[in-house]
Write a protein that binds this ligand. Structure first.
Ligand code: GLU
Length: 203
């Protein structure tokens, strides 16, 4: 289980996410990624296998739009090797939804075969993408992100800290935890989520 950070507030989030992930590096990891909802209300995502420096270099050479709502992740692979495709965030609902996850979803194989049977395709070998696709499917049906997230996490077994955001809801990051830590930082006009307080302690 590695690192998670989420941010909602008035500040541009990319630097907050990258700084938070760098303070979580001590936990060990093999890949890193971030997603933000930019000023035009569009979700942008970048993820890379390897050290955080690989992601930083990539963002410096090909900048991504910034935004005030964002999530960041460092991964320690449990399901699928340390590749760009398996790194988090995982996208669903026509790439409008981004999900990050620490932990292991023990019943992912049975949930995945249900989704494959319904015609959903997968871009990674992770257990996490199964949760992302399920949340996307439920959101597409209900248009209620909190309810979609809640109904999916209630079907997941194992250990998880999960964060999700959707471009229809530019000021919202939803989170849940089970057998895995999630710390909430309530600020003035801004809020943080982290797998560890180190993620946002400087704020
Ligand atoms: N089980 C997930 C994966 O393999 C998350 C691992 C983690 O906690 O970083 O992608």
């Amino acid at each position: 289980m590695c690192g998670i950070i989420g941010y909602v507030g008035p500040r541009q989030s990319q630097d907050i996410l990258l700084a938070g992930l760098s303070r979580l590096e001590y936990r060990g990891y093999d890949s890193a990624g971030i997603a933000v909802i930019d000023g035009d209300g569009q979700l942008d995502m970048r993820k890379r296998a390897g050290k955080l420096a690989v992601l930083r270099d990539d963002l410096e050479s090909t900048p991504m739009p910034n935004g005030t709502t964002g999530i960041g992740h460092t991964r320690w692979a449990t399901h699928g090797g340390p590749t760009d495709a398996n790194a988090h965030p995982h996208l669903a609902d026509d790439d409008k939804l981004a999900v990050i996850h620490n932990g292991i979803i023990e019943n992912f194989a049975e949930l995945k075969s249900e989704l494959v049977g319904d015609g959903f395709a997968f871009r990674s070998e992770t257990d996490t993408e199964v949760a992302a696709v399920m949340i996307g499917r439920e959101y597409a049906r209900t248009k209620d992100l909190v309810q979609a997230f809640r109904s999916v996490v209630s079907r997941l077994e194992g250990a998880y800290t999960l964060l999700a955001m959707h471009e229809d809801h530019p000021g919202l990051v939803v989170g849940a935890r089970r057998n895995s830590p999630l710390v909430i930082g309530l600020g003035e006009g801004e809020n943080f989520l982290g797998s560890d307080v180190a993620a946002f302690v400087e704020h």
